[in-house]
Ligand binder design. Structure first.
Ligand SMILES: Cc1ncc(COP(=O)(O)O)c(CN[C@@H]2CONC2=O)c1O
Length: 500
């Protein structure tokens, strides 16, 4: 062996053979790879890059701001928090303020009283201490009182789990229900992708039921029955039915009659009803009203013994929009003591949800009452936000319906419009070559041209061969006309470019 070869052999013997990286995309849990969440997917990621570019190099793009219409994040688009709510959580987070002489100049008397009451019930009198795993008892009592007042039927604090938003509550239940791919969950299509993502993460099967766009995203019982039968024939053990009411991304508000038939279906088929009601205070359509599935079932005389029901709520929506504070509840009824003990065990693994979010959830469910010092201002703030959202829902729906090839159902509730786009054949061809869904292709072009961030309908699943986009109704009323105008100009150019 030559000296050179001997030397290089010696050197290579000194350098350890490179180990393969401990984690690669190939060695990640395949359930994680399968999971997708379009609300913060490719379009949102690209939007962040453009946002940074605008900061670094203003004037370098054909628009001067990125408008985040991809996510129901009201305070991200300048909606102001509710004064009373923030007063109470501020005092709870810094109780020393209560001892300051100026406190009565800075905070309303009822917020001070509420804070004292809450602090008295906190472990160690501190929001910094772990609470019970189900949540602070006093907060659960207020949530239960609020549910009882809303529904006219009793709710128990023992049935309430306070969570870091509705999302972890959904994940917990999927973890409980999904043992293998043989376990299925009936989900609306289009659906909020937390459900498809969580079902994928927990190794279950999403069993679709299609909402009927032609009847304002109606939920047909015949469709539920057909999809259930198909899944069962394929050997899927369907465990639960998810209903999102008001709907995301579709914005429909179910009629009470429709809800009664859903409850009857769930009861007859021995399913668990997962009622996602996070938009319960976002009702805009005249004549439409929110009815909780808890109320509907109890009014039918269907109680805990007949129906397993988990109802979700959140502080992220409504008129409060406290998305970043992470607060929510699951009301759990109709399960055995042993099952609830398993739920509590699961909750205890995460110790507890954040206490400020728990306090905010209790304030949402038991806000100021008439006669209390904050009441008038609270009502003014609440009604101001909700009436503005209703106006924006109408304006945006009208704006969408003026676009060529676009039809858009009225956003009766929630925070989105979900228009259907009929693309020229050329768009379908170009998108196929680019290997992207046509509605993703559209939202990519829209973002690059206007800075408007929308989520492609394919991120929510949809009837095959139909294409949609989801846009929030959240740009402020003074900004919304400009957004619609930029969208219309882009849309016209896009359709002209690809006209058959
Ligand atoms: C129907 C529905 N359920 C649950 C959640 C989870 O909310 P929290 O975990 O914050 O309580 C959302 C959030 N809406 C997402 C987030 O913004 N846009 C969306 O579509 C939702 O729309």
């Amino acid at each position: 062996v030559s000296d050179q070869a001997a030397a290089s052999q010696w050197l290579s013997s000194l350098t350890p053979t490179p180990r393969p990286p401990p984690l690669t995309v190939e060695s990640i849990n395949p359930k994680v790879i399968k999971c997708e969440y379009a609300v913060r997917g490719a379009i949102a990621i690209r939007a962040q890059v453009l946002q940074q570019q605008l900061i670094a190099d203003p004037g370098s793009l054909p628009f001067d701001e990125v408008v985040q219409c991809n996510i129901g994040n009201p305070q991200g688009l300048n909606q102001k928090p509710i004064t009373y709510f923030r007063e109470v959580v501020s005092l709870c987070d810094h109780p020393a303020l209560l001892g300051k002489p100026q406190v009565h100049e800075l905070f309303s008397a009822d917020a001070i009283r509420r804070a004292h009451r809450i602090i008295d019930c906190l472990t160690g009198r501190s929001t910094g201490a772990y609470s019970d795993s189900q949540g602070v008892k006093a907060c659960r009592e207020d949530v239960a009182a609020g549910i009882s007042a809303r529904d006219g039927f009793p709710a128990s604090p023992d049935d309430i789990f306070l969570t870091d938003g509705a999302s972890p509550g959904v994940h917990m239940v999927m973890q409980l229900l999904l043992r293998s791919e043989k376990d299925g969950i009936l989900c609306p299509i289009p659906q909020y992708p937390l459900y498809s993502a969580s079902i994928a993460l927990h190794g279950g099967t999403l069993v679709p039921y299609y909402l009927d766009e032609e009847s304002q995203w109606g939920l047909e019982i015949t469709e539920l029955k057909q999809q259930l039968h198909t899944a069962r024939s394929a050997g899927i053990n369907v465990r639960a039915l998810v209903v999102i009411n008001p709907g995301n991304p579709t914005g429909q508000v179910l009629s009470e009659e429709n809800q009664r038939r859903v409850v009857q279906f769930v009861r007859d088929e021995g399913l668990i009803l997962l009622a996602d009601e996070v938009y319960q205070e976002n009702i805009y359509e005249a004549g439409k009203k929110f009815h909780s599935f808890k109320k509907v079932s109890r009014a039918m005389g269907i109680g805990e013994k007949d129906l397993a029901l988990i109802s979700y709520h959140s502080i992220s929506k409504g008129y409060y929009g406290e998305c970043g504070r992470r607060g929510g509840y699951m009301e759990v009824t109709g399960f055995s003591k042993e099952v609830r003990e398993q739920m509590l065990k699961l909750a205890s693994v995460n110790l507890c949800s954040n206490v400020s979010g728990q306090i905010l959830m209790s304030l949402v469910m038991k806000p100021p009452k008439a006669g209390e010092e904050s009441y008038e201002n609270f009502v003014k703030e609440r009604d101001g936000i909700l009436s503005s959202l209703a106006r924006r829902a109408k304006v945006l729906t009208e704006g969408m319906n003026k676009l060529e090839g676009v039809t858009c159902n009225q956003a009766e509730g929630a925070m989105y419009v979900f228009p259907r786009l009929r693309f020229p054949e050329k768009v379908l061809k170009v998108a196929a070559v680019a290997k992207v869904a046509p509605d993703l292709f559209y939202t990519q072009r829209l973002l690059e041209a206007t800075g408007i961030v929308m989520v492609p309908g394919s991120g929510f699943r949809q009837v095959p061969g139909t294409w949609h986009v989801r846009c929030t109704i959240l740009p402020s009323e003074d900004k919304l006309p400009g957004v619609i105008s930029r969208l219309s100009t882009f849309h016209q150019k896009f359709m002209d470019e690809f006209r058959d």
